[in-house]
Design a protein around this ligand. Structure first.
Ligand code: ADP
Ligand code: MG
Length: 709
């Protein structure tokens, strides 16, 4: 009887999560050392591969596969393509030189079509592994054709005996290894372990209920595990990977949805729907009409603010899409309802900017606005806003604008109805969680301009509802982007001078390496600044970086805003939020040192007024690939496309920055390509948690008009 059906099964039962108590007592949880042939010695390198249990071994994913049913004739090997050949060693030897410090081991392989030389430099012990007459596989590319030569090919001696069928005449898995683990030994171990434990590989959700849900056209988990190690055809590998990835995603989605459900079960929402008495005059004096997207998003938010559960909403909107106004309207809903509001910004500059805007907007309406950053407070720590009874006209209610200091100082705003976090990607998951742990449950709106590819959104922010502002306000000047090499800088500066003479302003950005500006970065930027100042006279430039005192930063920003300064030379500090519409030129030096998403953010500082804007990326990159990467920015201003390109090019960890930890490690799942699986997993998790009979409800927003429904 075949060990597993070759055709994927139609449906399977989903039932028990992998990490449930039952799973921990599963036969697969036994230590790897309980297997025959795995002693203390072998357990050490296995542990280096994070293989501690039988389950770990069964989920150890092959790095590649070798089709050992067909071989390339040695005569047909090429320099361009790695291939597997099979032959007999006809001669071998070790040569030492440089007084024995260097060596080369070489054997010559013959398969009847031609001979192949295989060399290993400075690995003299290789000699022990081979003997003339051995039959071996080699995998690699030719480095020379006369004679045919491979350097450091992967090899495996073909041994006879009763287990040889595991290694030859099939598609053989090639595993990631570590020192002290022979490929052949590991493959044999996986084979035997699979034979013994395959029947214990159960469907992960078994036991959660009796309900069966379909995994459309995917094999059972047990089949998938077998197929990932010993596929019958190479196409089986991807089928198996998808099934195992789906299990990973379902498990994660169950965690996410449980967290959300627990939260909703234990928290009651504060009634913050508002009554429009501040909103109406606010919108009237704004000077522009909300875009359709802003209105739609506000309708979603209003439903949350007046709903049964505290809002947990992520607001995504590309740079310049007008998130601040949405935050203001949301704040007004809470203020109208008699609750205080906290607004957190990632940098002091941005907190200052918000403080000024909100003061201008809210104080005429009778709401108080305060600033609280690490270095500046408009109200002393002890003067907390009075606790407010929820009456018809509570006044004055307060909006406190601050940086992280709002949290770390143990700042405690009574009657807190709403927390808004601007530029969420700068805060990180852990800090967001802090809010929830505080014991009270204000509504929470987190805003980000980093477009988050859907795969990441669903895994990282799966417990938040998502609103997207997918429309820019009309009347914005176009932003054009150019990638140039450093030798074009004189021309670029000529261009900038012309723009300044015409009344515009410019940003000049130098990369910063660390999260905080380092002394080295500052030195570099200071030196450049002096050059720029000289070259630019009589126009004025100013320098802005993270090591400046807050008061200095504020002065510089104020002067720039007032057009007293034409060029702002800065580190990436200004990345987020800064809004000066007359600044229409941006020059970014060493642009290759930034991620694409970050460059997109930086570029978002221009194109905020009616004038056409230009962004010039100076690339010091040596490689064509690095320049190619930057061209994505030349081609599009669509933040989502850029984020997806960034995700593909650099991976999720890099893209989000080191702060954004909390991303689970997947063995099989791939955040760059598995959007469909993640979506499926989300629905499956909902079905599993609901149990039989209940339809999965997608957390979406309410309906109803935004103003006065
Ligand atoms: P971001 O989403 O990047 O935070 P902002 O909220 O800073 O963007 O808005 C960018 C600029 O667009 C601001 O000057 C703001 O006043 C303006 N703005 C916002 N909404 C609209 C609108 N509906 N019509 C015109 N201008 C708008
Ligand atoms: Mg903003």
């Amino acid at each position: 009887m075949a060990a597993f059906p070759l055709k994927p099964q139609r449906t399977v039962c989903i039932v028990r999560p992998m990490m449930s108590p039952e799973a921990r007592t599963s036969p697969l949880a036994v230590p790897i050392t309980s297997l025959w042939g795995v002693g203390a010695e072998r357990s050490v390198p296995l542990a280096r591969l994070e293989i501690h249990t039988v389950e770990d071994l069964l989920l150890h994913r092959p790095r590649r596969y070798e089709d050992r049913r067909h071989f390339r004739a040695i005569a047909e090997l090429t320099r361009d393509e790695a291939a597997t050949a099979r032959g007999t060693i006809v001669v071998q030897g070790l040569k030492r030189f440089r007084g024995g410090r260097k060596s080369v081991f070489e054997f010559v392989l013959d398969d009847g079509t031609a001979r192949l030389h295989c060399r290993w430099w400075n690995l003299p012990f290789m000699e022990k592994y081979f003997a003339v007459g051995n039959e071996v596989f080699v995998f690699g590319k030719l480095v020379e054709t006369k004679p045919r030569m491979m350097d450091h090919p992967e090899t495996e001696v073909i041994e006879g005996g009763k287990e040889s069928f595991i290694h030859v005449n099939r598609i053989a898995p090639v595993y990631p290894l570590t020192e002290g683990l022979p490929q052949r030994w590991l493959r044999g171990l996986v084979w035997r372990t699979l034979a013994r434990f395959e029947t214990h590989i159960t469907e992960p959700q078994a036991g959660r209920g009796t309900r069966c849900a379909p995994y459309p056209s995917l094999p059972s988990r047990a089949n998938a595990v077998r197929m990932i190690h010993f596929p019958e055809e190479l196409t089986d590998v991807e089928i198996a990977r998808r099934r195992l990835a789906l299990d990973e995603f379902v498990e994660l989605q169950i965690q996410i949805q449980l967290r959300r459900r627990n939260f909703e079960a234990k928290s009651r929402a504060l009634p913050c729907g508002g009554d429009n008495r501040l909103m109406k005059p606010f919108l009237k004096q704004l000077g522009f009409r909300l875009t359709g997207a802003q209105t739609r998003v506000l309708r979603e938010i209003r439903a949350d603010m007046g709903g049964a559960h505290p809002m947990r909403r992520l607001l995504q909107g590309d740079v310049g899409s007008g998130k601040t106004v949405v935050a203001a309207c949301t704040a007004l809903m809470a203020l109208e309802s008699g609750y205080n509001v906290a607004l957190m910004a990632p940098t002091e500059i941005l907190a200052e900017q918000h403080f000024r805007n909100f003061q201008e907007w809210f104080e005429p309406l009778g709401a108080k606005v305060e600033l609280q950053t690490g270095s500046r407070k408009t109200a002393s720590d002890t003067t907390k806003p009075a606790a407010l009874p929820v009456t018809r006209h509570p006044s004055p209610v307060t909006l406190v604008v601050g940086t992280q200091a709002l949290f770390v100082s143990g700042f405690d705003l009574p009657h807190l109805g709403l927390v808004v976090i601007d530029e969420q990607h700068k805060f990180g998951v852990a800090q967001r969680e802090q809010l929830v742990r505080k014991g009270t449950y204000p509504h929470l709106l987190v805003m980000t301009a980093t477009p988050i590819p859907r795969t990441l959104g669903l895994t990282l922010y799966g417990d938040l509802d998502v609103s997207v502002i997918d429309e820019l306000p009309a009347g914005r000047g176009r932003v054009r982007t150019f990638v140039r090499s450093a030798d074009r800088l004189p021309k670029v500066w000529e261009f900038i001078r012309k723009k300044i003479a015409a009344g515009r302003q410019a940003y000049v950005i130098y990369p910063r390496v660390e999260e905080q500006d380092t002394a080295n970065d500052i030195k570099a930027v200071t030196r450049e600044f002096e050059n720029i100042q000289r070259a630019l006279a009589p126009f004025r430039a100013a320098l802005l970086h993270g090591r400046l005192r807050s008061a200095e930063k504020e002065n510089v920003m104020a002067a720039f805003r007032a057009s007293q300064i034409q060029v702002l030379v800065a580190t990436a500090l200004i990345e987020v939020g800064v809004d000066v519409p007359n600044a229409t030129v941006m020059l970014i030096e060493n642009a290759e040192r930034f991620g694409l998403a970050q460059l997109h953010q930086l570029r978002g500082r221009i194109g905020r007024g009616a004038h056409e804007s230009q962004c010039i990326l100076i690339s010091g990159a040596k490689t064509e690939a690095a320049r190619e990467r930057l061209r994505v920015l030349e081609e599009t201003t669509d933040g989502f496309r850029i984020a997806e390109a960034d995700l593909k090019l650099r991976g999720p960890g890099e893209m989000l920055g080191q702060r954004q930890s909390g991303l689970p490690r997947f063995r099989f799942g791939n955040l760059m390509q598995d959007l469909d699986l993640i979506g499926q997993a989300r629905n499956l998790a909902g079905q599993i948690l609901d149990g039989p009979g209940k339809k999965n409800e997608d957390y979406t927003c309410g309906t109803g008009g935004f103003l006065g429904s």
